[in-house]
Design a protein around this ligand. Structure first.
Ligand code: ZN
Length: 282
C-alpha cells in the first residue's frame, strides 16, 4: 500500500495517550485468527477475551497505563489517517455521483478500553463501527499483532481492508440499510436474523472492494491477494459471542470464506455500489 506523503484525514480522534486499561497480550496464531474473525465481522463489540483465554491456555492480560506515543505509534496513526482520507475522498465522490451527501465518520484510536455510544469496549473486541455515534473504534495494538504475526505488507493491507470494511458499515448507516436490516430482524428466528446479518457483513466486504477499486493506483502488487487470503483464513461464520454493547444483536454470523472473497472481489472489479446486492441473495 502506497501511503506515505498522501493526504491525512482530520477526522481521527487519537485517544491513545489518554486511554488505558486491561489489554490482552500474547495470543499466538489461534488468538490472532479469532481476533481477525471479530475484526472482519467488525461493527459489533464482542466479548472475546474468554474465548481467547480458553484456547490459548496460557493467555495473559496485563494492565497497561497510558504511555506516550512512540515513533512507530505516530507512523501507524498517520497510516490510518491516510486510509481514512482515501475513504472520505472515494465515498464523497460516489455519493455525489448518486445525488447524495456523504457525511465523514470519525475514527477513534484508543488503547485498552473505550467508552462509546454503543457501550464500553476493550481492545479485545477488535475494531468496530458504532452506528449510534457514527465512529469507528480501533486499538492499534491489535494491528501491531497483525504485522508481527502476518508480515508487515500483508498486515498493512489487512488494516486498510478492515478500515474500509468498517467504513462500509458507515455507508450502510447513511443509506439506511443497517436500520432497515435491524427492523427486518425483529420477530425473525435466530437463523433468519443471522442471514440478514450475513448479508450486511458481506455488503460491507463488497463496499471495501469498491474502495479498493477506486484506490488501485495506490495498491502494491499482491495487496488484493493478501486481503483475500486473510479473508479466506478468517471466513468462518461460526463465531458467536455475547455482546458487550447494548444495541448489537446477541448472536450473528459473518459469511463463509468463499462468500467474503466473492463479494470483496465483486466490489473491487465493478466499483459499482448498485451491484452490492447481498440482501437479494438471502
Ligand atoms: Zn462488519
Amino acid at each position: 500500500m502506497k501511503w506515505q506523503g498522501r493526504r491525512q484525514s482530520d477526522n481521527v480522534e487519537d485517544r491513545r495517550s489518554i486511554s488505558g486499561g486491561k489489554v490482552a497480550v500474547g495470543g499466538g496464531i489461534i488468538g490472532i485468527i479469532i481476533l481477525l474473525v471479530n475484526v472482519f465481522g467488525g461493527e459489533n463489540a464482542q466479548l472475546i477475551t474468554p474465548v481467547l483465554e480458553q484456547l490459548q491456555g496460557g493467555g495473559q492480560t496485563q494492565t497497561e497505563a497510558a504511555t506516550p506515543l512512540s515513533k512507530e505509534d505516530e507512523e501507524m496513526g498517520q497510516f490510518v489517517k491516510v486510509i481514512l482520507a482515501d475513504n472520505e475522498d472515494i465515498w464523497g465522490k460516489i455519493f455525489t455521483e448518486h445525488g447524495m451527501t456523504y457525511k465523514n465518520p470519525k475514527l477513534v484510536l484508543f488503547r485498552g478500553s473505550v467508552q462509546t455510544s454503543c457501550g464500553g469496549a476493550s481492545s479485545a473486541s477488535g475494531p468496530f463501527y458504532c452506528p449510534a455515534d457514527q465512529k469507528v473504534y480501533m486499538d492499534l495494538g491489535f494491528f501491531e499483532e497483525l504485522k508481527t504475526k502476518f508480515g508487515a505488507k500483508g498486515g498493512d493491507f489487512a488494516i486498510a481492508y478492515v478500515i474500509a470494511h468498517e467504513i462500509g458499515h458507515h455507508v450502510q448507516t447513511l443509506l439506511g440499510t443497517s436500520a432497515k436490516m435491524h427492523r427486518e430482524q425483529e420477530g425473525k428466528s435466530q437463523a433468519d436474523a443471522n442471514k440478514l446479518s450475513v448479508a450486511l457483513e458481506l455488503q460491507a466486504d463488497f463496499y471495501a472492494g469498491v474502495w479498493a477499486h477506486y484506490n488501485q493506483e495506490n495498491l502494491d502488487e499482491g495487496d488484493i491477494e493478501e486481503a483475500l487470503s486473510a479473508a479466506n483464513a478468517v471466513g468462518d461464520d461460526a463465531i458467536q459471542s455475547k455482546m458487550q454493547g447494548q444495541i448489537v444483536p446477541d448472536s450473528f454470523t459473518h459469511g463463509t470464506s468463499e462468500q467474503r472473497m466473492y463479494w470483496f472481489k465483486k466490489g473491487f472489479k465493478s466499483g459499482d455500489i448498485k451491484q452490492g446486492t447481498t440482501f437479494d441473495e438471502i
